[in-house]
Structure formats: C-alpha cells, structure tokens
Design a protein around this ligand. Structure first.
Ligand code: PMP
Length: 281
C-alpha cells in the first residue's frame, strides 16, 4: 500500500513531498493540524475533524482555505492509497514568507496531508490497561486550538516513556486534571463519567464528544466539570480518549493503583461501542 502525500493539490510519494524552509509552520509553529483514522476502508468522523480544522484556522485568522478543496483532496488521497486502516494527517500553515513575526499580508495557506497504515492498539494494553504519570501543565493558554506547537506534549510523552509509563496526564498547579499529551481524560466515579469541561485549556476532542454521546445513549451520567488529582487517584476507573488512543484503560497513575488495578467495565463497554460505531461508518 503506498504511503502518499498531498501537497497543495498534488499527490506524490511521501518522501518526495517537501515544503519551503520559510514556511511559517516550520519557523513559528504557525500551523494547525488534524489527524483522522479510517476503519474498514472508511474515514471516521471526517466532518467533525474538518469543522475543528476550520475553527482552528479561524481562531488564528489564517488566509481563507476552501474546505471543499481540502475535502476533495482528502478523498482523492485516501482513495489512491487504498488502505482499510489508515491515519491521515492534515497540516495547514499560514504560508511562506520572509521570516518576520507579524502575519504576512498576502500569504497563501500551505496544505499538506500524509496517509500511512495505522496499527491497532496492542491487545495487551486493552486487556491489562496502561499506566500514566502526571506532570504540571506547562503548555500555552490556547490548547483548544489544534496547532503544531507540540513540544511540551512531546517532552511530556518522552518523560512518561522514560519513567516506564505509557503517557502523561497534564495537571494544573492547583491539582486540576486537564488531559493527556494527545488524548482527553475521563474518570468513572460512583457510576458517573467525569471529564474536564471545554475551556481554552484542553482540546475539544472528537472522541471525547463521541464518548459523551455514547454515554447518553447508554444511560451513563456524564459530568463535564473540573476534577482534582485526588479524585483521579481515587477513581473507580480512568481512561483516555482520542482518535488513535480510542478508549484506553488506565490502571495506574503515578504511584497509585486505580481501584483493583484491572481494566474496568465502563472502559470495556465504551471501547466496544466506539469500535462498533467506527467499523460501521
Ligand atoms: N487532546 C490533545 C492534546 C490531543 O492532541 C488529542 C488528539 N488529537 C486529543 C485531546 C483527542 O482528540 P481527538 O479525539 O479529536 O483525536
């Protein structure tokens, strides 16, 4: 299966796709992105991802980009590559201009996409659960905009791996639990699913919203509210949600085992429901 790139309207092999060195994404992190997964030969929740992409571009006052054109390019790339299970990365930068802080007056947004096969989460993680560490959130104040400025996320993920954990959950210095490095965080406490409300400090996850909808359909109460690291440690269940994370059960946070240390019923049920929805388009 070919790993392909889309570069401003052209499709070519990934290794042949290049951008100019004065792309503002490269020099200022002045770019936004999306990551879409496909299941059984169909991209999942494309409209939601494209709506968030538009929201990110609007928030940063990007030059106008036609979403129709992106949608057409996305379909063409996906169809040409022919993967059943793929990850499609879309990145849009403000454009190419001589390096200078102000937004250039007349730049043209650069649209880049790549497609590669996507590996399934190993069964062992789904059966036994994963561990996370917590770190003080040291990202900027607009984490609701999906920009490529991911250095704090990359540093936190590496720190987790170095500590033998799967990932890191960001927590404020007052002990409010925010989200993972590339996922949203939920706890189950007394049968209620609790997750951080939508504020500028977390990403409005597509999967987060699907899980909230599934909970509503299954009569599981959801509270979108601030919750503390003590509630996290004492939760009945903890799980992360995301396009590649799906519903990932967490059985240990820092030095604390969550409940009996086994994957909980809610995480299992929500994982199955998400997969079912994804596989059926
Ligand atoms: N938070 C962050 C910081 C992320 O990078 C992601 C992954 N895009 C998510 C949450 C989950 O979002 P989604 O469910 O849309 O993939």
């Amino acid at each position: 299966m070919p790993e392909l790139a889309y570069l401003n309207g052209k499709i070519l092999p990934i290794e042949e796709a290049t951008v100019p060195i004065e792309d503002r994404g490269y020099q200022f992190g002045d770019a936004v992105y999306e990551f879409i997964a496909s299941y059984s030969g169909r991209m999942f929740r494309v409209n939601e991802h494209l709506a968030r992409l538009q929201r990110s571009m609007d928030a940063l006052e990007f030059p106008k980009v036609s979403l129709k054109e992106i949608e057409a390019g996305l379909s063409e790339l996906f169809n040409q590559a022919g993967f059943d299970r793929a990850g499609i990365y879309i990145q849009i930068s403000r454009g190419v201009a001589p390096r200078n802080h102000p937004f250039p007056a007349d730049s043209k947004a650069q649209v880049v996409m790549t497609i590669r096969g996507l590996n399934e989460i190993p069964d062992e993680i789904l059966e036994k659960g994963a561990t996370v560490i917590t770190l003080k959130d040291f990202r900027w104040g607009r984490c609701d905009i999906k920009t490529v400025q991911l250095l704090p996320n990359a540093m936190a993920k590496q720190k987790a791996l170095d500590a033998g954990a799967y990932d890191c959950i960001f927590v404020t210095d007052r002990g409010i639990v925010r989200e993972g490095t590339s996922s949203n965080a939920f706890i189950i406490s007394g049968g209620v699913a609790v997750t951080h409300p939508l504020t500028p400090n977390i990403l409005p996850g597509v999967t987060r919203s699907i899980i909230i909808d599934i909970c509503a359909r299954k009569d599981i109460a959801v509270e979108e509210r601030f919750y503390s690291i003590d509630e996290l440690y004492a939760a009945d269940e903890v799980f992360l949600t995301g396009t590649t994370t799906e519903v990932m059960p967490i059985v240990r946070v820092d030095s604390y085992q969550i409940a009996d240390g086994r994957v909980g019923q809610y995480a299992k049920l929500l994982y199955r429901a998400l997969r079912q929805e994804a596989e059926s388009g």
